[in-house]
Ligand binder design. Structure first.
Ligand SMILES: NC(=O)c1ccc[n+]([C@@H]2O[C@H](COP(=O)([O-])OP(=O)(O)OC[C@H]3O[C@@H](n4cnc5c(N)ncnc54)[C@H](OP(=O)(O)O)[C@@H]3O)[C@@H](O)[C@H]2O)c1
Length: 263
């Protein structure tokens, strides 16, 4: 597999990747080269075999595979010149075209992890740029499996779309939680009761729906079939445009994702 470099290795996502690769035995510590801005960090204290690079030039010289996990505005980092190596980017706004212009010979993969990377619950779609080889595809899948599940998608438009969808993490559940909390408080519930009730809805139902996405329609129809309290609520939500509001949100978010880095 050669050496793997992580640029941004102590950030939230870079560390989630590095730590999970090491603890799951997916990458040997002696083949991991780490770079950040502030120097060697205690975050990797449990893995004394890892190497710390002084700059991106050292990472690019030593590593066949390089993960980019710095914030988009901090890129390009000085000394970044990966030649014909495999570069796996986590960055928003840096399109395949922009990255390829900066590193014309590199084999580039763009990914978009979601929240949950630290606990291996990220869903990470990714797209391969021109010249990416079969072994690169296998290696990318292996690396990303360290932080959760992954899928190769057909093109960058799909990755942009998924940046808006799976990349949103807890945003839309949080929005629904806030609307429910506001409503419960307006109806006289104490904060304590309102928060426990809404948490039961938002977090308690997650397990019920896990691996049930193919059955979501049937789940809703089952609630509707009781013709009871929840059916009345679901009908009102539909009539008031709940599905349309979600569509509008995803349209706006995916348009933003498409425009980033192309303005
Ligand atoms: N967080 C998410 O949920 C998420 C999801 C999908 C994609 N992403 C993308 O992943 C990337 C990283 O996000 P993050 O949340 O992990 O960011 P972060 O926590 O701010 O981490 C940024 C990392 O970059 C390092 N860094 C900054 N400037 C550098 C330089 N010149 N040379 C070397 N290292 C440098 C920082 O080092 P110091 O710690 O020493 O400053 C830190 O390790 C971003 O591009 C983001 O868009 C994040």
């Amino acid at each position: 597999m050669g050496k793997l470099g992580i640029i941004g290795a102590t950030g939230w996502l870079g560390h989630a990747l590095g730590e999970n690769l090491l603890t799951q035995g997916l990458w040997p510590a002696q083949d991991l080269v780490l770079l950040n801005r502030s120097g060697p960090s205690k975050k990797y204290a449990a893995h004394p075999g890892v190497a710390w690079a002084r700059d991106a030039t050292e990472v690019c010289d030593q590593c066949e595979t390089i993960v980019l996990s710095v914030r988009p505005e901090d890129f390009p980092v000085p000394g970044f010149a990966p030649q014909d190596h495999l570069v796996i980017s986590f960055m928003a706004a840096w399109t395949l075209e922009r990255l390829q212009t900066l590193a014309p010979k590199a084999r580039i993969v763009r990914t978009m992890p979601s929240g949950g990377a630290t606990t291996r619950q990220s869903y990470t779609p990714w797209v391969a740029g021109a010249g990416v080889l079969d072994p690169d595809i296998a290696l990318t899948a292996r690396l990303l499996s360290a932080i959760g599940t992954e899928d190769q998608v057909e093109n960058e438009a799909q990755l942009d779309y998924l940046s808006a969808l799976s990349g949103s993490g807890a945003a839309y559940p949080a929005l629904m939680a806030q609307a429910m909390l506001d409503h419960a408080r307006r109806n006289g519930l104490s904060d304590h009761v309102a928060m426990r009730a809404v948490e039961a809805v938002i977090c308690g139902s997650a397990g019920i729906l896990t691996r049930k996405m193919a059955e979501v329609g049937a789940v809703i129809e089952a609630y509707m079939s009781y013709r009871g309290i929840t059916a009345a609520g679901l009908s009102a939500a539909r009539t008031c445009g709940f599905p349309e509001a979600i569509s509008a949100a995803l349209d706006a978010a995916s348009a933003k994702a498409r425009s980033m880095g192309r303005d």
